[in-house]
Design a protein around this ligand. Structure first.
Ligand code: HEC
Length: 208
């Protein structure tokens, strides 16, 4: 009797946990739909900040769907598509002025409704990275970039790598938690060159 009872109990338990999981799935989907509806209702175009920013593109929607379990083949497919978006410098030169790059790395300005369309945005790099040895206030979401050029050198391959990274970080890692500065129109080609120089110029405080 005991064995029978245990089997019955196990079956009931398995069925009820399946039901609970299925229920949670529906609740998640319903909650997602509700949240999206609230966001779409409450966000409006204002100045340069347009409400279409809340619409996820294919990469963002896929990452939201899989969260930490993005399957490798899908990740590779997304990265290939992101790589195609990179616009390399038209004159084939990657390095600009590191002094201008340092100012951009420090600046978190731009993209808000009160910013004017002709005002250049900043890169906000210090928010996530350590860069110059002189700056002691920095975030740690991204890896430290101190001595980046000293450690990696500044060959054309490395310059191109950094340029592509800043233009569209998701080309190299679809799950990278770094904004796509060129792709999203935050930074211009010339600004990205200044940042490449900040990381790679031997005279830059990143490498001195
Ligand atoms: C919101 C945080 C965030 C901001 C802002 C940010 N990054 Fe990043 N960055 C990251 C993260 C996270 C990584 C690691 C990504 C990965 O694992 O692929 C990264 C990686 C990098 C790398 C590659 C490092 C390596 O070891 O090869 C470079 C170069 C870089 N960032 C430069 C910049 C520059 C320049 C800026 C400013 C224009 C910037 N980042 C702004 C989060 C950020």
């Amino acid at each position: 009797m005991n064995a029978k009872w245990i089997i019955k109990f196990a079956i009931v338990l398995a069925i009820s946990s399946l039901t609970i999981t299925a229920q949670a799935g529906t609740d998640d989907a319903a909650l997602d739909a509700k949240t999206t509806a609230i966001i779409k209702r409450d966000f409006h175009d204002r100045g340069i900040a347009k409400a279409d920013r809340v619409n996820q593109d294919e990469l963002q929607a896929t990452c939201s769907k899989y969260i930490d379990n993005l399957p490798d083949p899908l990740k590779a497919k997304l990265e290939a598509a992101q790589t195609k978006t990179i616009k390399w410098p038209s004159d084939g030169k990657y390095m600009g002025d590191w002094k201008a790059g340092e100012k951009l790395a420090q600046s978190g300005r731009g993209m808000t409704w009160s910013d004017k369309p002709d005002e250049p945005a900043g890169g906000n790099c210090y928010n996530c990275h350590r860069l110059s040895s002189m700056e002691i206030a920095y975030g740690t979401i991204g890896p430290s970039l101190l001595n980046f050029g000293k450690l990696r050198g500044n060959s054309v391959e490395v310059q191109r790598y950094v340029d592509g990274r800043i233009y569209n970080a998701k080309a190299l890692n679809a799950r990278a938690n770094m904004p796509r500065f060129g792709f999203m129109g935050i930074l211009t080609e010339a600004q990205i060159k200044d940042l490449v120089a900040l990381l790679l110029d031997p005279e830059s405080p990143v490498n001195k």
